[in-house]
Structure formats: structure tokens, C-alpha cells
Design a protein around this ligand. Structure first.
Ligand code: HMG
Ligand code: MG
Length: 303
């Protein structure tokens, strides 16, 4: 299969990245990150979550972030909504794209959203129905598609079952999450082959955490399988402060460098993106998780 000409990147840094930060982050800094990402050409940005603040305190200010961002035309600003309470809050905040999130592993489902996989699907049904009535599209995430921190191996058949359910309910896209980054390219290809027997490849996205340094290789494997949407996190933001060695999503800068090197269009201005990542790293006092950004910042090629 030939490589796609264009790839859509969804920057999940403001959500998947910042949700893991234990230090307080000003709303203004979150807003600036989102605005910097749209200025760098990102057309899809996951801005925040409408989840329980007891579970994920960092996302508590998501409505304020949505109220203050500069909405550029053609850019989709999305949020996670695990239940009706989350959806209602998101609609009130003017969110026009939401995401539900399930898992392919029972143990992870319980730990992440406090219910079984089947219960989560039931919970999502009214979320999808209400969102669709409001003209809001819904993305579906599946966690632990290539391994679970509690359960170990996860079968691709199990991932395909959950994917098929979410797709049948009306999710416009299914993002396959390698939550703990243990996947490798061969397993990634086999997984996509399996899921693609139920869902068109154009409706699949890859969401690779880079804990084992396999994310770029897995993205390349996914490109070969006809997937052309990937989630990534500017500066590789993310990582759990309580799980030693855990890292965030693959860095957006690294994915853009890979894709541009393959003559694949992303619409993203790499130097502007590097500047956006450097700014939020400065705020967080964090080392840059993007190797491309580190190289460009030290060579001075980011301006
Ligand atoms: P629960 O405790 O079972 O919910 O949590 P509940 O319905 O029994 O409600 C308990 C309390 O939570 C109540 O408050 C509710 O009002 C409140 P109280 O009466 O005790 O004061 N509550 C809410 N508050 C705000 N917004 C809401 C909401 N819902 C209930 N939407 C629940 C169930 C799903 C809410 C909880 O488990 C939760 O919020 N989990 C958050 C999970 C999360 O955000 N995880 C991180 C994102 S997923 C991810 O990172 C993976 C991904 O990146 C892909 C990958 O890498 O694999 C997407
Ligand atoms: Mg994630």
C-alpha cells in the first residue's frame, strides 16, 4: 500500500499531556498553548476534559479554557466527555467535538472510568445520541490496544469488538490507544488488519504513547496500513508522575519531521510548533520531550 499524501494530526498535548501534571497550571498558560498550536497550523486540538475533578484535578478548568481560546476557522477544538454530565458541561462551554473513551481491557476500564467495558458502552449511548442531536460529532477512543498495565496482553479481537461497537453507535473515528507504549510495528500492523475487517481504515486513528520509544516506528507501520490520522502531543507532554518511566504521547514535532521527510503534507509549520512546545516547557520547567525540538532549539533553526 502506498503512503498517504496528507496526514491529519490531532494535538492532544493540552489534554493528554497536561492532565498528568501535578503542579497547578494557569488557565492563561493553557489558553496560550492552544492558541500557539492553532497558529502553528494544527487543525485538530484536544483542549481538555469534562470529567470528575476528583479523578483528574488538572482538567477542572476546561470550560474556562474553551471560553478564552481564540477559535480559528477550520480548526476543531475537542474535549473528552465520559458521560452525560460531561457532555452537558461541554455543550454549555460551546464545544463542537467531543470524545468518549473506552478500553479494550476490563481492568483498565475499571481503573480509568470506574465501570466495565459493557457499562461504559451503555453510558456512551445517550452521550452519542444527544451530541448528534446537537450537531456535535463524537470520536471514540480505545485504550490499551497493544497492552494493559494491569492485565498484560490484550487480544486484537477484543480491540476489534470494542471498535465495532463504538463505530456502530456513531463515532466518526476510532482512535486506537497504545496507552503504555509497549506496541511494536509488527503488532501494530496486525492490529490494524484485524480492526479494519470491521471499520474502514479512513475512520481509524493511531494514538501512540512513546514509553518504549516505538511510537514513530508504529506510526510508520500504521501509514503502511493506510491509517492517516495520528494523535500526538507537542513537546511530548505527558507522563504519569506516579508511574516510574511512563511518558507522554509521541511528540508532535517528531511526527511532523517524519511526515515532512516522507513528503506527506500536514499543514503544520515546524518552527512555530517548536516554539509552542518550548514555551509550555518553560512554564512547566520541564525538559523537552521532542528530540526534533531539542535538535532545532540547539541548532537555532526554530526561528
Ligand atoms: P464515578 O465516581 O463512577 O461517577 O466516576 P459517578 O457518576 O458515581 O459520580 C461521582 C462524582 O463524580 C459525583 O460528584 C459526580 O457529580 C461527579 P459528587 O457527588 O461525589 O461530588 N462526576 C463528574 N464531575 C464532573 N464531570 C463529569 C462527572 N461525572 C461524574 N463528567 C467518571 C466516573 C467517568 C466520572 C470518573 O471515573 C472520571 O471522571 N474518570 C476520568 C477518567 C479520565 O479522565 N482519564 C484520563 C483520560 S483517558 C486517557 O488518558 C486515555 C486516552 O488518552 C487514550 C490512551 O492513551 O489510551 C484517551
Ligand atoms: Mg493517551
Amino acid at each position: 500500500m502506498s503512503l498517504p499524501k496528507t496526514v491529519r494530526l490531532v494535538d492532544v498535548g493540552p489534554r493528554d499531556g497536561l492532565q498528568n501534571e501535578s503542579q497547578p497550571i494557569d488557565i492563561a498558560d493553557k489558553v496560550r498553548l492552544v492558541d500557539n498550536l492553532s497558529a502553528a497550523g494544527l487543525s485538530h486540538i484536544e483542549v481538555g476534559s469534562f470529567v470528575s475533578p476528583k479523578w483528574v484535578p488538572q482538567m477542572a478548568g476546561s470550560a474556562q479554557v474553551f471560553a478564552a481560546i481564540q477559535r480559528r476557522s477550520g480548526v476543531s477544538y475537542s474535549a473528552l466527555t465520559p458521560n452525560m454530565q460531561g457532555l452537558e458541561a461541554a455543550l454549555e462551554a460551546g464545544v463542537r467535538e467531543v470524545a468518549v473513551f473506552a478500553a479494550a481491557s476490563e481492568a483498565f476500564s475499571q481503573r480509568n472510568i470506574n465501570c466495565s467495558i459493557a457499562e461504559s458502552i451503555e453510558r456512551f449511548a445517550p452521550v452519542l445520541e444527544t451530541a448528534q442531536q446537537a450537531g456535535v460529532r463524537v470520536r471514540g477512543y480505545i485504550s490499551c490496544v497493544l497492552g494493559c498495565p494491569y492485565q498484560g496482553e490484550v487480544s486484537s479481537e477484543q480491540v476489534a469488538i470494542v471498535a465495532r461497537e463504538l463505530y456502530a453507535m456513531g463515532c466518526f473515528e476510532i482512535s486506537l490507544g497504545d496507552t503504555i507504549g509497549t506496541g511494536t510495528p509488527g503488532k501494530t500492523r496486525a492490529l490494524i488488519e484485524q480492526v479494519a475487517t470491521h471499520i474502514p481504515r479512513e475512520q481509524l486513528a493511531g494514538h501512540f504513547h512513546d514509553t518504549y520509544g516505538q511510537a514513530l516506528a508504529n506510526i510508520y507501520a500504521s501509514l503502511l496500513e493506510g491509517v492517516s490520522v495520528f494523535d500526538s502531543s507537542v513537546a511530548g507532554l505527558g507522563g504519569c508522575p506516579y508511574a516510574k518511566g511512563a511518558t507522554g504521547n509521541v511528540a508532535t514535532e517528531d511526527v511532523v519531521y517524519l511526515l515532512h521527510g516522507l513528503d506527506i503534507n500536514t499543514g503544520i509549520d515546524l518552527p512555530l510548533l517548536v516554539q509552542a512546545g518550548a514555551r509550555i516547557n518553560g512554564v512547566l520547567g520541564r525538559e523537552n520531550g521532542s528530540r526534533v525540538a531539542r535538535a532545532m532549539l540547539s541548532a537555532g533553526t526554530h526561528t
